[in-house]
Design a protein around this ligand. Sequence first.
Ligand SMILES: O=C(O)CCC(=O)C(=O)O
Ligand SMILES: [Fe+2]
Length: 309
Amino acid sequence: MTTLPQISLAKLASDSIRLEEQQRLRMACEEYGFFYLEHGIPKEQIAEAIDASRRFFALPQATKERYGHASQDVYPVTARGYIPLHGEMLHPEAGPDPKEMFDLGIEKEGDRRPFAGITRLPDDTVAPGFARSLLALQATVLKKVVPLLGGALADLLDMEKGWFQRHFNPPTVLQRVIRYPSTGGAAAKHTDNGFFTLLLQEELPTRPLQVWFRECWTPVPSLPDSLVVNLGDMLQALSDDRFKSTPHQVAHDGPAERISLPFFIYPDIDARLTSRQGKHTFSVAEMMLRNFESVWEKGNGAGRARELQ
Ligand SMILES: O=C(O)CCC(=O)C(=O)O
Ligand SMILES: [Fe+2]
């Protein structure tokens, strides 16, 4: 069985072995577009967010729907809030996905730019610990993981000094909580549209996440203390197509429900970026809005779904 490369965040941070680890990261990005990252996030913090999410999803449907897209005050409204089962379609041939979700972001009052602002979230009287544990996890991810991994990737892209700090200050974040029911859950094949995605998943003996590798669907089992990183379409473009934004899908058939916690990391919403060799130039806001239009208005699926057979 193929095992994805394992990269260590601590090694990327260490002066003595950073270069060696960066070369392994380069190989992971060029050959796979998917890898494990030993992250160092406390287990309890992840477990708390998963438990609180499970409790939220167990609430009555009418309670959850109070936080749906129609109640959100951000642009686009589809960027935040609760999405019921079969509420999203990642690939048009597969139809709507059997999964339930909640989306949040960097919560900043008064920020009216696309994909920014405040999510209408359930408070502790409705969903104890839900908002608090998810936002605490976001803070840890943004502090401990994103700058180190992002900086290492920017070095590999051969961007000028300070490129990452300039264009990810702050990053745009779509933080998602997904529940796949025990009776069968799925996310259809797609690519992610951003720079990279960090996926924290429950440690289960089953292997529902699958990556398209060497013309085969290959399972990506959870590994202790590691999250899964996959590269998105923006990073593929910024690498002049050297790095892979790899197709993936989820096929979950129980026996228990599965909670996963992806963080979709994008550059600053105001950034306009050009790849090193100049093959690709894009505005982050325009590319994100196009992707949302494809998923939510045109029914064409996510990322490069349309190109995937
Ligand atoms: O739940 C997972 O394991 C992956 C979900 C995913 O690929 C996505 O939401 O983009
Ligand atoms: Fe994905």
